[in-house]
Every structure is written in C-alpha cells, then in structure tokens.
Design a protein around this ligand. Structure first.
Ligand code: GLN
Length: 278
C-alpha cells in the first residue's frame, strides 16, 4: 500500500465521519511524523508493513468515534502543540477568540487566572504571548493539571503556576488583573452530548446544570470579588447564552460589557471590566 492508496482506504472507511479526507491525512501524518504536504509530494511512496498495520488500527479507532485528538494525543491551539488526554476538553479553535480578546487587555506583569484550564490551552497561549505576565492555571481536576503542566514544560513556558481548586474559592479579594475562563456551559440534557467528539470528553468540563449556566453564575460573582479595580473578566459561553451572560455581568456590577462572535459567527465571549469601587 502506498500513501495515495492508504488515503483512499482511510477516506472510504471513514465515510460516516464529518471529515473523512482530513481525518485520514492527519492520522497518516501522525504515523509518518510528517506534514500534509509530504503526503502529496510522495503519494507513490510505499508504507512498510508496520506503518500499514498501525494506520488501519488508528482508522478503526476513528471509525468507532474516538476523537482524532485522543488518537494522536495532540491538538494544535494558538501557536502551541498541546498534549490532550481523555482527562481534558479538546481545545477548540473557537476558544482562540477568548485568547485574542484577553491579549487586547493583557499588559506587562499582570496577574491572570485561567479558570478550568484543562489542557492549559488558554493559560499557555497567554503565557507565551506575554512572558512577563504571571498566569495562574487553575482546575478542580488534578489529572487535567498533570496534562497542563506537561504542556507548559513541552512549550518551555515558565511564567505559569498551577493551582488545584474550585473556581476562585482560594483567591483573595482584589488579587487579579485579568480573569479568563472557558467553563462548562452545555445544558445537562443537550442531545449534542450524544454525538461526535464530546462523547469522549469529561462531562464535568462540558455541562453545567439545567440551563448550562450554573458555573458561569458562580464565576461572574467570584471574578467581580477577586479582580483588582478596572480589571477585566472574559468568559466563553454557548451560542445562545449571550443575553443571559450579559445580564449576569450587569447584575454583578461589571461595566464596559461587550459580546463577541466566534469564527462561525456565533456569540461566544462576553467581557466586562470591574468598576472602580462604589
Ligand atoms: N464549545 C464546546 C462544545 O460545544 C463546549 C465547551 C465548553 O463547554 N466549555 O462542544
């Protein structure tokens, strides 16, 4: 079997996947440790027996629905390569919006908390872009923090510290310049939870009560308490939750509140500034 034949085999076997062509390419690149362009330039190159066997095995895992990021153990986010396991959410491209907006507020030497850091995606992207900032990567899950720490080491980021705990419970008043979070926000009985990659991701990182807003309600209040005056809070939310999240920001006393759309045009992030003391 050569590269071209392997890709055809993969594509045909994964016909029920959302992206059979790309899935087959990513899995073959993973086995050959190469870029996609290599597959095109060397379409006639023969795979050895071991490469063929491994490829068929990975295609089978994908056919059973396993996320590509779990099969390869990797996911790109921002400019970073991250390790991903079943203990963390798989970082989504949409979450790069949160990073972009946070960077517009992040300056030298700020103290920043990323709540529910998971694989560390947001914390590490911010740490990478602003090396003088001190980033606290926080999560309730110790197994997620193991993954996040490994990602910090792999990406040589030294300005991140890791804290286990629930949201901002352990943080004192007026301690932070910036708070960011991609918390769980899916409704508990959302039928999408039975489809695609989310089936393999930790439920605790996905769902949050009947309306999906239980955790955002807590975090908005805690962020208002823990931010320094004029500090910013940014949170990712579900595509249909912008109005409710805006109201939570208003009720908590935030000002300069705005809502932002992701690459698919869906409302995805609300941000607001802590008022000066009243
Ligand atoms: N955006 C993800 C999804 O809809 C969920 C991430 C989250 O709950 N924070 O699959």
């Amino acid at each position: 079997m050569n590269i071209s034949q392997a890709l055809i085999y993969g594509r045909n076997t994964l016909i029920k996947s959302e992206s059979p062509e790309i899935d087959a390419q990513v899995l073959l690149c993973h086995i050959l440790s190469c870029q996609t362009t290599f597959l095109h330039s060397w379409a006639e190159k023969q795979l050895n027996q071991q490469q063929q066997d491994t490829f068929k095995q990975l295609i089978k895992q994908r056919q059973r629905g396993q996320p590509i990021a779990h099969i390869t153990g990797q996911q790109g986010f921002w400019t970073l390569d991250l390790n991903v396991t079943a203990d963390t959410l798989i970082p989504r491209p949409d979450t790069e919006l949160l990073v972009e907006l946070a960077l517009s507020k992040l300056t030298d030497k700020m103290i920043v908390a990323d709540l529910g850091t998971g694989s560390g995606a947001i914390a590490l992207a911010l740490a990478h872009e602003q090396p003088t900032a001190q980033i606290l990567a926080m999560d309730q899950s110790s197994s997620a923090l193991i993954v996040a720490k490994k990602n910090a080491v792999q990406n040589q980021l030294n300005n991140v510290s890791f804290w286990q705990g629930k949201w901002l419970d352990a943080i004192t008043e007026h301690a932070l310049d910036l708070v960011v979070s991609n918390p769980p926000y899916i409704e508990e009985d959302d039928p999408h939870l039975l489809q695609g990659d989310v089936r393999f991701e930790p439920l605790a990182a996905l769902t949050s009560g009947d309306d999906g807003l239980d955790d955002i309600r807590i975090i908005v209040r805690q962020a208002q308490h823990c931010l320094k005056s004029s500090g910013w809070f940014l949170v990712e939310h579900g595509y249909d939750q912008a109005q409710q999240v805006l109201a939570l920001f208003r009720n908590a006393g935030f000002t300069n509140i705005s809502t932002h759309q992701d690459f698919g045009g869906n409302d995805r992030v609300v941000m607001g500034q802590k008022t000066n003391e009243r």
